[in-house]
Ligand binder design. Structure first.
Ligand SMILES: Cc1cc2nc3c(=O)[nH]c(=O)nc-3n(C[C@H](O)[C@H](O)[C@H](O)COP(=O)(O)OP(=O)(O)OC[C@H]3O[C@@H](n4cnc5c(N)ncnc54)[C@H](O)[C@@H]3O)c2cc1C
Ligand SMILES: Cc1cc2nc3c(=O)[nH]c(=O)nc-3n(C[C@H](O)[C@H](O)[C@H](O)COP(=O)(O)O)c2cc1C
Length: 596
């Protein structure tokens, strides 16, 4: 009989696909498969041909891009000269995507296609989970994993005499936690230390501690939304960035949230602990994220994402720990496929966070031993923001325009975004761990051609960067469509635009103030009104079209408006206009950076 060896490889930007990969590993282990779990980049591609059973779980990021931790693997797999030698490989692919994005689950679809082309055989049909589905990714992922396990057991039954039981499931913690008696010598958290780094080379494991220069509200005090205009000092970093780039910021939990967690769990924040590996499939947190040893307060502040909405694995682990009959019954229901609706209503729809859930299951919460918190709470993830400044114009500064995330659900407390609220709370002088990442939008090709930019709300950020870059190079021909709610409340950079218009660098077409009159107007309406300008810039002068901001309906509405003006002012038929837009996209003359 073939070896019962199951390799599970994931590509995950913010941990969701990795979490599912872990769940698959657990199910495989229960069925006595010998499992290994790795990010795709950590798997040597030359071993693939001799790996009989591989499960891939991957998400999508950017505008249909692969997560960073599968990029190298994917590049190697796509090499044209790679021989089709995967005949001995059987595989299964589970994609995690969001159908509100244009390239729904594109990474998984491409991976599945490529593996087949190289001769590998799927043993379960590709699963495409959708985060936008009412019941979230589990609607597809749960039955897919169940089918995967059934198929595996059918194809690779247990040797005679061996049995498995789902009751056996005991999840071991990834790390051991050792209590140390000495207090830390240096009582400074990691975020105040600069990791030694060669000039300019920063990444998730080596962020730069940028000093905050200023943090001002960019919206009127009585406006419903708090948007911050933030300036950072990069003077000593050697860091450079280009228009269209983004920064990733590692946030922290605010002290009041940490206090609430530690008090509720009766944990001593000053207790010094050290971590060691308990499960070989996992590595210790990188030093820049959490020093080892650290205090429990540092773990709670810098590492544990206890204010995020938990994933299903959280409930699976709590089920194992629960002793109280009522709590165990409810948790078991939530962790089961049959309880998906209840879990959705209790947790996902109202966006209940991990701490609130622990407070609801207080008997279970009090039984959690310290090592398990490193499994229950995923590590805090970095958040992306478009750079709003030009390195050429603003020299050693980096600017961001950050909308502070706050919204209501049926829960009493408003929901608050972790990173934006943390950033909003910071006083000048504080260090912020960040690093630059290439954005999706590339402006390099534009030279002195006209550029049409559509940036409603904080979507204007990357265009401010590009406009100032052009100003530094003495290039005009920049046309901006901006939209917001009210002229007096959230018209970002109004004064700056006036100056640049006066100097002839910029044309700001009449902005769409959606709430300043009876009928709502948006950027797509402004585009329709200024159709002749847009068509001249694109068709006659062979210019570029850029769009940034909300991923909701705006990108589609803007595309529809562009199609309309092409028909009206360039005398195109509808199909011709669509074809023309496609051509713009393929030439890199129509680019978007959108986020939800
Ligand atoms: C490439 C890129 C560039 C970006 N540039 C900018 C920028 O320049 N400025 C900017 O402000 N943002 C920008 N964003 C968006 C920003 O990264 C997110 O808003 C980020 O989630 C904010 O982090 P947070 O920790 O405050 O919120 P989180 O804790 O991450 O919470 C945000 C999440 O809350 C949920 N949510 C938010 N509002 C609601 C609601 N009304 N109802 C239900 N659920 C909701 C959504 O799931 C959302 O993903 C960008 C994103 C990307 C990917
Ligand atoms: C910036 C960003 C871009 C995304 N782009 C896409 C996309 O193009 N297609 C898609 O299907 N899903 C897209 N998604 C949705 C992710 O695939 C989904 O959020 C997934 O759960 C993330 O999994 P991960 O945490 O493992 O990276 C995007 C999500 C983000 C935050």
């Amino acid at each position: 009989m073939m070896d019962r060896q199951l390799v599970i490889l994931y590509g995950s930007q913010t941990g969701t696909a990795m979490d599912l990969a872990k769940r698959i590993r657990k199910q495989g282990k229960l069925r006595h498969f010998s499992t290994s779990l790795l990010a795709m980049n950590d798997f040597p591609i030359h071993r693939l041909a001799s790996t009989p059973l591989v499960v891939f779980v991957c998400s999508v990021t950017g505008q249909g891009d692969e997560p960073d931790n599968m990029k190298t693997f994917w590049r190697a797999l796509r090499r044209r000269d790679l021989p089709a030698v995967l005949d001995d490989v059987q595989f299964a692919v589970l994609g995690i995507g969001d159908s509100s994005y244009q390239n729904f689950n594109i990474t998984a679809i491409r991976l599945d296609r490529r593996l087949r082309k190289l001769g590998a055989r799927p043993f379960v049909k590709i699963g495409l989970a959708d985060e936008s589905h009412d019941h979230g990714i589990d609607f597809v992922a749960d039955p897919w994993i169940a089918q995967l396990m059934d198929t595996l057991m059918e194809k690779f039954p247990l040797p005679p005499g061996q049995e498995f039981s789902l009751q056996d499931e005991t999840i071991q913690p990834s790390f051991n936690v050792h209590f140390l008696s000495e207090k830390p010598v240096e009582n400074k958290s990691w975020s105040e230390k600069q990791m030694p780094r060669k000039s300019g080379l920063y990444d998730a494991d080596h962020p730069f501690q940028a000093t905050l220069i200023s943090n001002k509200r960019a919206t009127a005090e009585d406006h419903f939304q708090n948007v911050r205009f933030m300036k950072f000092d990069l003077a000593s970093s050697g860091m450079s960035y280009a228009p269209g780039d983004t920064v990733n910021v590692f946030p922290k939990n605010l002290p009041e949230a940490v206090y609430e967690l530690l008090t509720f769990l009766e944990l001593d924040g000053d207790q010094l602990i050290s971590l060691s590996i308990n499960d070989e499939d996992f590595s210790l947190p990188p030093h820049c994220r959490l020093s080892n040893p650290c205090t429990i307060r540092e773990a709670a502040t810098n590492y544990w994402d206890f204010q995020g909405v938990p994933r299903k694995s959280f409930f699976e682990l709590l089920t194992q720990i629960a002793q109280d009959e009522r709590e165990k019954e409810r948790l078991t229901e939530f962790a089961s496929a049959a309880g998906a609706n209840d879990l959705f209503d209790y947790c996902f729809r109202p966006r209940r966070n991990a701490l609130e859930i622990l407070q609801d299951f207080s008997d279970t919460a009090k039984r959690i031993s310290l090592p398990y918190f490193f499994d229950l709470f995923p590590p805090i993830q970095a958040r992306a923001f478009s750079i709003a400044s030009s390195a050429r114009y603003h020299k050693d500064e980096l600017h961001l325009l950050v909308a502070v995330v706050e919204y209501k659900t049926k829960l009493h407390r408003p929901r608050k975004g972790l990173c934006s609220n943390w950033l909003a709370s910071l006083q000048p002088g504080r260090p912020v761990p960040l690093w630059v990442k290439k954005g999706t939008i590339k402006f390099e090709q534009t030279k002195d051609k006209p550029v049409v930019m559509v940036g409603p709300g904080t979507g204007v950020a990357p265009f401010r960067s590009f406009i100032y870059e052009r100003v530094s190079l003495a290039i005009g021909n920049s046309i901006l469509f901006f939209g917001c709610r009210n002229k007096a409340k959230d018209f970002y950079f109004e004064e700056e635009w006036k100056v640049l218009q006066g100097e002839g660098f910029l044309t700001v077409l009449p902005p769409a103030f959606s709430r300043d009159q009876e009928e709502k107007v948006y950027v797509q309406d402004s585009i329709r009104k200024a159709g002749a300008v847009v068509v001249k810039a694109l068709v006659e002068d062979e210019g570029f079209f850029y769009l940034a901001g909300s991923a909701n309906s705006m990108p589609k509405e803007v595309e529809a408006a562009l199609k309309t003006v092409l028909c009206q002012h360039a005398d195109m038929k509808e199909e011709e206009a669509l074809e023309y837009i496609k051509q713009l996209v393929s030439e890199g003359r129509y680019q978007t950076e959108t986020w939800s």
